[in-house]
Design a protein around this ligand. Structure first.
Ligand SMILES: Cc1cc2nc3c(=O)[nH]c(=O)nc-3n(C[C@H](O)[C@H](O)[C@H](O)COP(=O)(O)O)c2cc1C
Length: 456
C-alpha cells in the first residue's frame, strides 16, 4: 500500500490565529463549554483524522485581557471527549517537571481504558518560566535539568505501565480469583529524582502503553524524542528547516537502535483556505486586522523567558542582535531559534514579525486554495519533510470544516489519506508497533507481595 499521511487536529482557543476568538466564523460557545471540544473532536472524527491534540500551560498568560487563552485541564477534557467519540485518537499534554510520575501513569492509564486504547501523551518539560511560581518558589528548573528529570521520569512511567502483564486479570467470580499476583510486579525504582515502589494500581492499558508524543526540538529535546517518542510535533516556518529536522531526527532514532518508521514526524500547518487565493488572503488580512501588536509583544517576551522587548519600535527592521542568543534561553529554545532564523533571513520589522507569529506562533502558515494546500502537503510528505501534519486551523471550526470538506477529499483521491478507519486504537491509526510487555522480555525479578490491604 502507498505510504499514508497522518493528520492530527490541534485544538487551541477558537483557532490558532491569536485574534480568532473575535472572528465571526469562530464558535459561539464558551472556551469552558465541553460541547465545544466534543463537537470539534466529532467533526475531526467524521473527517477521519488520526487524532486530536490539546496543549497545556501551567500558568495564565499576561495577555488574558486581549487574548482568549484560558485552558480547561487537558486530562479531564479528554475523558469527556472520549465518551463522545469512538474512533479518533486523543492526545493530552502533561508536564514531567510538575506532575508526579505515579499520578501521570494512573491518569493516562485510566484514559486509555476509558477510550478503549485511543490515548497519547504529549510529554513536555514545561518551558514557561511563570509556571514555576505555581509550584513552590524554587524558580524555573533549567533546560538541562528539566530534560535530566524527564529521562528518569520516562523510566518510571514505562515501568509502571509495564507492571501488570496483559493476562494478569482473571476476574473469575466463581473461583474467587480476580488477578494473578505472579503477573503483577513492583518496580522498586530508587533514582536521583524519584522513588517509586509500584506496581500501578490498575491493569495494563489497552494499548500496552499510551502513545508517546513529544515536541521539544533543541538538541537535548531531539535526543529525548529519539529515545522515547512515537510521534513528534514540530514547528517550522519553511520546508528546508523541516527537511533538516526530519533527516536529523530519523538519524538519531536509528542511532538509538530504533527503526526510523517507529517515529512519525508531524510539523504544524495552519492553512487559511479560500475558493481562490485572493479570498484566502482576504480572510488572513481580516483576522490579522483584529490582532493587537502589544499582545504579540508580550507573547514574544514569554517565548524568550521574559526578555524585555518593550523598547523596540514597531516599524524598524529587526536584527538578530535585538534578541538574546537562543542558547542562553531557558524557555522554549527551539522556537526562539525559529524566530531568530526568520529575523536573520527576512529582516522584518517588529510589526511584521508579530503579524507572522500571530498566525500560529511560529508554525507554517499558508493561505491558498484547497488544491494549493493539498499540493503543499503532498510535496512536504514526499520530499522528506513530514510523515503527516499537525493541522492548526487559524479559525475554529470554520477552517477545520473547510479543510475536511475541500482538502481531505483531494488527499484521498491522490491515495494519500484513508477513506475509512481501519484500526480502533491510536497506535493502529498511526501504524505503530505494540510495546512489548516487560513480562514477555524477562523472567520476573520479584513478584508482588500482599503485605497490606489498602481498603477504601
Ligand atoms: C506542536 C507543539 C506543541 C507544544 N505543546 C506544548 C504544550 O502544550 N506545553 C508546553 O509546555 N510545551 C509545549 N510545546 C513545547 C515543547 O514541548 C518544548 O517544551 C519546547 O519546544 C522547548 O523544548 P526545546 O527547548 O527542547 O525545544 C509544544 C511544541 C510544539 C512544537
Amino acid at each position: 500500500m502507498k505510504r499514508q499521511l497522518h493528520l492530527n487536529l490541534f485544538i487551541h482557543s477558537r483557532g490558532h490565529h491569536e485574534a480568532s476568538w473575535r472572528h465571526p466564523a469562530a464558535s459561539p460557545l464558551a472556551l469552558t463549554d465541553i460541547r465545544y471540544f466534543q463537537d470539534l473532536a466529532q467533526r475531526a472524527e467524521a473527517a477521519l483524522f488520526d487524532s486530536i491534540f490539546l496543549a497545556d500551560q501551567l500558568a495564565l498568560g499576561g495577555d488574558v485581557a486581549q487574548a482568549a487563552r484560558s485552558w480547561l485541564e487537558p486530562i479531564t477534557t479528554l475523558a469527556a471527549i472520549a465518551v463522545a467519540t469512538s474512533r479518533i485518537g486523543m492526545i493530552a499534554t502533561c508536564s514531567t517537571t510538575y506532575t508526579e510520575p505515579f499520578n501521570l501513569a494512573r491518569q493516562f492509564g485510566s484514559l486509555d481504558h476509558i477510550s478503549n486504547g485511543r490515548i497519547g501523551w504529549n510529554i513536555v518539560t514545561t518551558w514557561l518560566a511563570t509556571a514555576a511560581d505555581n509550584y513552590g518558589d524554587t524558580g524555573q528548573v533549567s533546560h538541562a535539568e528539566r530534560y535530566a528529570r524527564g529521562e528518569e521520569y520516562m523510566t518510571v512511567v514505562k515501568a509502571l505501565w509495564d507492571s501488570w502483564a496483559e493476562d494478569a486479570v482473571i476476574d473469575d467470580r466463581a473461583g474467587g480469583l480476580y488477578a494473578k499476583p505472579d503477573r503483577i510486579r513492583p518496580i522498586d525504582h530508587k533514582g536521583k529524582y524519584y522513588q517509586v515502589a509500584g506496581p500501578l494500581n490498575m491493569p495494563r492499558c489497552p494499548q500496552g502503553r499510551p502513545v508517546l508524543v513529544q515536541a521539544g526540538s533543541s538538541d537535548t529535546g531531539r535526543q529525548f524524542a529519539a529515545r522515547h517518542a512515537e510521534a513528534v510535533f514540530t514547528a517550522h516556518m519553511e520546508k528546508a528547516t523541516a527537511q533538516a529536522f526530519y533527516a536529523d531526527l530519523k538519524r538519531l532514532v536509528a542511532a538509538e537502535g530504533r527503526a526510523p518508521g517507529e517515529v512519525l514526524i508531524l510539523p504544524g500547518l495552519s492553512p487559511m483556505i479560500g475558493s481562490t487565493e485572493a479570498e484566502a488572503q482576504r480572510l488572513t488580512r481580516e483576522v490579522n486586522e483584529l490582532s493587537d501588536p502589544e499582545v504579540g509583544r508580550k507573547r514574544l517576551s514569554g517565548r524568550f523567558g521574559g526578555h524585555d522587548f518593550s523598547h523596540l519600535p514597531l516599524d524598524r527592521p529587526l536584527t538578530p542582535d535585538d534578541f538574546p542568543p537562543p542558547d542562553s534561553v531557558e524557555a522554549a529554545r527551539s522556537r526562539t531559534e525559529v524566530i531568530v532564523g526568520l529575523v536573520r533571513r527576512e529582516k522584518p520589522t517588529l510589526r511584521q514579525l508579530l503579524a507572522s507569529l500571530a498566525g500560529a506562533r511560529g508554525h507554517f502558515t499558508v493561505a491558498g486554495t484547497p488544491e494549493q494546500i493539498a499540493d503543499l502537503i503532498e510535496d512536504w510528505f514526499n520530499d522528506g519533510a513530514a510523515d503527516g501534519f499537525n493541522i492548526m486551523p487559524p479559525v475554529l471550526p470554520a477552517m477545520l470544516d473547510a479543510f475536511s470538506a475541500e482538502v481531505i477529499p483531494l488527499l484521498q483521491r491522490r491515495g494519500l489519506f484513508r477513506t475509512s478507519y481501519e484500526g480502533r486504537t491510536l497506535r493502529e491509526h498511526y501504524g505503530l508497533a505494540w510495546p512489548k510487555s516487560a513480562f514477555d522480555q524477562a523472567a520476573p525479578q520479584r513478584t508482588w507481595q500482599f503485605t497490606s490491604s489498602a481498603g477504601i
